[in-house]
Each structure stands twice: as C-alpha cells, then as structure tokens.
Design a protein around this ligand. Structure first.
Ligand code: DGP
Length: 210
C-alpha cells in the first residue's frame, strides 16, 4: 500500500498578523506529536530568483510590476518538485504565504485585476487548507511600526486585505478564517485543531492543483 501523503497547509494574512510565529509553532507541535512536518516560506529568498525578489522588496532595485509578479510566481514554481517530493514522503508542509499573497499584493496595485494575477499560479499544488489570520488594520498598527520594505504601508495593506476578502469567496479553496487578535497560544490552538483535521483527511484524497 502506498504511504500516506503529507498535507499542504498555508498561512496567509496581512503584515503583523503573526504568520511566521504561528507557522513555527505549528511545525514544532506537529513534530512533537510524531507527525513529520516542515516549514516553507514564500518568497523563498535564497534562490537566484528569490535574491532578485529580495532586493526588489528591500528597494535596492526597481522592477516592472508585471515582471516582478511573474518572478514571485516563478519562485513558487521552482520549489514545486521539492514540495511534491516531501508531500509524497509523508511530510506535512506548513507554508508562510503562497499564491494568494501573490494575487492579493499585485492586484492591490493600480491597473491589475485579480483574474490576471492568479493566472501564473494555475497548476501549482493546491493547499489542503489555507488559514487566513484576520487582524484589523487598527490592531495591526498596535503591534508596532511597519518596516522599511516595499508594501509596508497601512494604505497598501488595507488594499491587500480587501483583495484577500475577494479571494476568500472562492469555494474551491478550503479557507478558514482565524481570529489573530487572540493570544499567541489561543491562535496556536485554533490553528492546530484545523491542521490536525486536515492532515487526517488529506491522507484520503490526492493532492489537487490550483
Ligand atoms: P515576507 O517575507 O513574508 O515578509 O513577505 C515579503 C513581502 O512580499 C510582503 O510584503 C508580502 C509580499 N509578497 C509575498 N508574496 C508575494 C507575491 O507573490 N507577489 C507580490 N507582489 N508580493 C508578495
């Protein structure tokens, strides 16, 4: 009998929602309970494409908006063989941002529609679960100043949030909205509950495509 595949679990949300902390805590909890799990993040800045993206985000270079959109997508595609291998081996992947950030961030720019923005990611492995860490712009502001990177302004983040709300209407994606205003431990509990359910059901269905 074929071994059981891992689940593809994605955390999305605007800045300051706590995605990275929660990804790390989830991976740790899964590993401690004997379930193979690893964290990934997008953009993955270590590759050649990722380095270009990183210097764009740090405002060290300027790239045309369509071009950078395609680079973000290419950065996801270049990791697909590794993702598939790990999932097939039974490792659950907990991913900090994915194609939904791609569509939300670019479509928040003037002159872009959501439909065009989603096209380059069509065919990527489909997450079994996407948890959206919901935090109001006011609560996010209480968590401290934005950094220096491109996109880190409250006006842009509000536009991104609206785009995520549109994306969450897609019933073909298993979205779960998580109240990220709760304590770190309580958010972790919610995320763990959804993830354990998903890991069990993912074993019974093949990996889909976006
Ligand atoms: P992070 O390393 O998670 O802080 O993400 C870096 C920034 O890049 C953050 O502002 C979100 C943005 N971002 C992530 N993925 C994409 C994408 O696919 N396209 C665009 N335009 N921006 C993205």
């Amino acid at each position: 009998m074929a071994s059981k595949r891992g689940a593809l679990i994605v955390l999305e949300g605007v800045d300051k929602a706590g995605k990275t902390t929660q990804c790390q805590k989830l991976v740790q909890a899964l590993q401690q309970s004997g379930r193979p799990a690893e964290m990934m993040r997008f953009p993955e800045r270590s590759t050649t494409i990722g380095k270009l993206i990183s210097s764009y985000l740090e405002k060290k270079n300027d790239l045309e908006d369509h071009t950078v959109h395609l680079l973000f997508s290419a950065n996801r595609w270049e990791l697909v063989p590794l993702m598939k291998k790990k999932l097939e081996q039974g490792t659950t992947l907990v991913v900090d941002r994915y194609a939904f950030s791609g569509a939300a961030f670019t479509s928040a720019k003037p002159g872009f529609c959501l439909d065009w923005c989603m096209k380059p990611d069509v065919g990527l492995p489909k997450p079994d679960l996407v948890m959206f860490l919901q935090l109001s712009p006011a609560e996010a502001a209480l968590r401290g100043q934005f950094g220096e990177e491109r996109y880190e302004t409250s006006v842009f983040q509000k536009a991104v949030q609206q785009k995520f709300e549109q994306l969450m209407k897609d019933p073909s994606v298993n979205w779960q909205v998580i109240d990220a205003s709760k304590s770190v431990e309580n958010v972790h509990k919610d995320i763990t509950t959804h993830s354990l359910n998903t890991i069990n059901t993912a074993q019974t269905v093949p990996l889909g495509e976006l």
